[in-house]
Design a protein around this ligand. Sequence first.
Ligand SMILES: Nc1ncnc2c1ncn2[C@@H]1O[C@H](COP(=O)(O)OP(=O)(O)OP(=O)(O)O)[C@@H](O)[C@H]1O
Length: 317
Amino acid sequence: MKKLTLHLIVNSQAGAGNAKKIYNISKDYLNKKNIEFIPYFTEYAGHEKKITRYLLKKILVDWQPNIDNFPLLVVLGGDGTLHEVINILQNHPNIPIGYIPGGSGNDFARAVSLSRKTEVALERLTSITQPTTIKVMEAHFKETNETRLILNNIGVGLDANIVTTANHSKSKKFLNQLRLGSLTYLAAVFKVLHKQEAFPISFKTDTHYHSFERAYLCSITNHPYFGGGVAIDPTASPYEDEISVVLIEKVNIFKILYLAVKILSKKHLTSKYVHHFKSRQLEITSSTDQFGQTDGEIIGKEPYHVKCHLTNHLFWL
Ligand SMILES: Nc1ncnc2c1ncn2[C@@H]1O[C@H](COP(=O)(O)OP(=O)(O)OP(=O)(O)O)[C@@H](O)[C@H]1O
């Protein structure tokens, strides 16, 4: 393969600022290996979208193996930055995306077995010669008439409530500065574990209709991980053709704690309080106001009517 030029979108605030260090390691590595790269630093939340739009207009092209200095888009940040970038490329599945994990959770990196050790990730990025197809979820939200690509998962209920509570926590910034950001999440877990109420939700799959009256946590996922490495569906894979649903019913606090232990040991799917199914197409109806999240980004507290299927996107992985 001919040489690459990397167009590197850097969210140096990701991973509570750790991404800045990861950028410095990457810069040294790429300079040492004589690999051409151009960094674009985000200056505010959402800036990665503007940068991607600019690159799409001026520089990026669909994958072609024989171009000299192929302009490869690379994201350095966390799942949220990657989510925003791929959504600008919704209609360009053949523009490959490279990735250097720099977030706090890095669930997508875990799902595609991409090392969170920067030099190992860079070694892989610079040694492969062609892109790989990854399945991502394409979700249409009826209420907002919006279509989003989702790399990790959609969450309704507890997990979205935890993310919302953590993001609004007064101590988050302070704990992040001390590199203790995960304490914010732990505190949020304890705060909402009891507060999250049971809610009704239903799913239309390729073959069945499932309806639940007492949902507590509902994860619609493309791969095993959520929440920074918790394997909510150990059987899911971003290389397969089906979307997974894991739904946990609201039970008493002792059973919830027992289920949490089971989740950590990946043995929860057989519990009678856990419902697990897969489908190529999925229609989700949650008619009460519930917290929702997509790839760790809050989408509000509202009813959801979402239609999902999988679609291909090229990644440089
Ligand atoms: N310069 C910036 N300052 C503040 N926020 C930014 C900046 N650049 C991007 N963002 C926003 O930061 C948000 C979160 O970033 P991201 O998810 O990549 O990091 P993370 O939360 O540390 O990682 P992870 O999701 O893997 O835990 C994104 O919504 C993105 O829009």
